[in-house]
Write a protein that binds this ligand. Sequence first.
Ligand code: BTN
Length: 326
Amino acid sequence: MKESLYRTIRLLEEAGGPVSGEVLAERLGVTRAAVWKQIQELREQGYGILASQKDGYTLVQSSGRLLPYEVKKHLKTRVIGRQITYLPTTPSTNDVARWLAAGGDPAMLHGTVVIAEEQTGGVGRLKRAWVSPEGGVWITIILKPTLPIDHVFMITMAGAVAIARAIRREFDLGAMIKWPNDIYIGDKKVAGLLLELAAEADTIHYCLLGIGIDVNIDPSELSPGLQRAVTTIQAELEHEVDRAKFLARLLREFERHYDLLESQEYDAILREWRSMSCTLDQHVHVNTLTKSFQGEAIDIDEYGALLIRKENGRVERVIAGDLSHP
Ligand code: BTN
């Protein structure tokens, strides 16, 4: 959205009632015809604006989109989300973020958030398709971590804690974390994370943290298979929510936990992760690239690995794998 549009919407918001075309034109330093054109563009962005000959323009409904202006209105971070790349539709925000990071200076891009209203080729773990219709929160955060490379997986832990906390605090829903990177409400998945790393030897060039959350989505729009496995915030609350406010809260939670990571306060994150985990103390089936086994999930360590006590009493450490809680 162009800067001039932000100024127009800000004026309408601040007025809290009708503003004449004449006043808007004067404040914006443009003609009344240009004001009319801007109003049309704002309506196309989802804003509800009434126009009357007598009173002028009145903002009656905010845009339900995740426009940078709407997110930044609520944003209380220092770095994360201060730069936003917004796309109405794209195959995958991860592709866009990768393209930005690979073609630019990752240190300058640190904290940039790529947002899409809809993804046409969203990707989940193990290259599975990630269904991403309008109404969800589909984002990728570009990071240039300075933490030791063997702790990089903890970024997923920090992200999971941030999502679960944001859902709990914003909506009072009992979100739980399933190792390694799923967020559940009850027995259904509501969100997932995907960490992508560009590294060489011990140097991390950049990380991409992809986050997908089913927010304002009516489950009946999803396939029957997905409906059995997935829930949405809208389904849990039985109404739609303010996604921009929620995303701002999520980015703040993430920044707070990412800062803890960078200052190597791993224990603080692990404590929160454990308190919201639905994996610990469960009997689980594990599938890794090389083997499958079962046991009791007893803890996670400061590298983000899951510790599983097998029936023979031996403890296995799993850093990557698929898990099912039978
Ligand atoms: C999972 O399998 O649970 C991880 C899902 C991650 C989906 C998000 S949506 C935003 C970003 N773009 C993608 O294509 N994938 C991630």
